[in-house]
Design a protein around this ligand. Structure first.
Ligand code: NAD
Length: 260
């Protein structure tokens, strides 16, 4: 399904992106990792994936806040792998605060990493995909692409924008064998979620334990966190031939959250 396909996953040094890298490598895809982190740990991940699954794995440290870095990364992938087949825009950060206290630099960073970076990667990747008449673009959106929660103004804005970008590029690329979709996870237990608990507790005047049960799991009718494996599994399906008519949609994987 993805064997031999070059797959770039932004924000794949942790959480959902890292699991996607594992699952795509297991299926034989060549992988380009990207994201922040300790260089020695990243190299261990890179070498480990390459050895375990006998695929080519590279790491590119492009900062998703820097459009030149992003353009350079796509150029390097095209040159080193002979083309980019699958692009997964997954890098993201979160910040939780009431609007009147929301730091301007946090707004700019969230819009930059969670929203504008996807514009820059897609803009650079689409010409090669069009030329080769095949491509898969998957954007990790969020349930917050479909509904809002208080105190997450930047994140909700960026994720709603990703849903719009997904539709627009799907229309522009539909006759070129390219599909563009977004996955909208509910709460997945990763560092991104863990780190927002203290600020959410502060903003809502709750304990951290109350936030976990009365805010996060309360949103999801299943009362369970979504798993990284479930998100990676859908990403793989979206890259298959059976999914070639699925384009321009934002698919919730949220334990029923957005059915409310
Ligand atoms: P995570 O913190 O585990 O991973 C985030 C990744 O983004 C890391 O690899 C990090 O290094 C990278 N990143 C952050 N800033 C970057 C920058 N400037 N340049 C390059 N890379 C950068 O979090 P996660 O939960 O795995 O999040 C992955 C995606 O899933 C995000 O887009 C997030 O919004 C989305 N998401 C997560 C959840 C959840 O509950 N965890 C729910 C819905 C959507």
């Amino acid at each position: 399904m993805v064997s031999g396909k070059t797959t770039l996953i932004t924000g794949s040094t942790s959480g959902i992106g890292l699991e996607m890298a594992r699952e795509f490598a297991r299926e034989g895809a060549d992988i380009v990792l990207n994201g922040l982190g300790d260089p020695a740990e990243i190299e261990a991940t890179r070498a480990g994936l390459a050895e375990e699954f006998s695929v080519k794995v590279a790491y590119d440290g492009a900062n998703m806040l820097n459009p030149d870095d992003i353009a350079g990364m796509i150029d390097r992938v095209e040159a080193d792998f002979g083309g980019l087949d699958i692009l997964i825009n997954n890098a993201g950060i979160q910040y939780v605060a009431p609007i009147e206290d929301f730091p301007v630099d946090k707004w700019d960073a969230i819009i930059g990493i969670n929203q504008s970076a996807a514009f820059h990667t897609i803009r650079a990747a689409v010409p090669g995909m069009k030329k080769r008449k095949w491509g898969r673009i998957i954007n990790t959106a969020s349930a917050h692409a479909l509904v809002a929660s208080p105190f997450k103004s930047a994140y909700v804005s960026a994720k709603h924008a990703i849903a719009g970008l997904t539709k627009t590029i799907a229309l522009e690329t539909a006759t070129f064998g390219i599909t563009v979709n977004a996955i909208a996870p509910g709460y997945v237990w990763t560092p991104l979620v863990e780190k927002q608990i203290p600020d959410t507790a502060k903003a809502r005047g709750m304990t951290e334990e109350q936030v976990k049960h009365d805010v996060l799991l309360e949103a999801q009718p299943t009362k369970e966190f979504v798993t990284v494996e479930e998100i990676a599994g859908l990403a793989l399906f979206l890259c298959s031939d059976q999914a070639r008519s699925i384009t321009g949609v934002t698919i919730p994987v949220d334990g029923g959250w957005t059915a409310h």
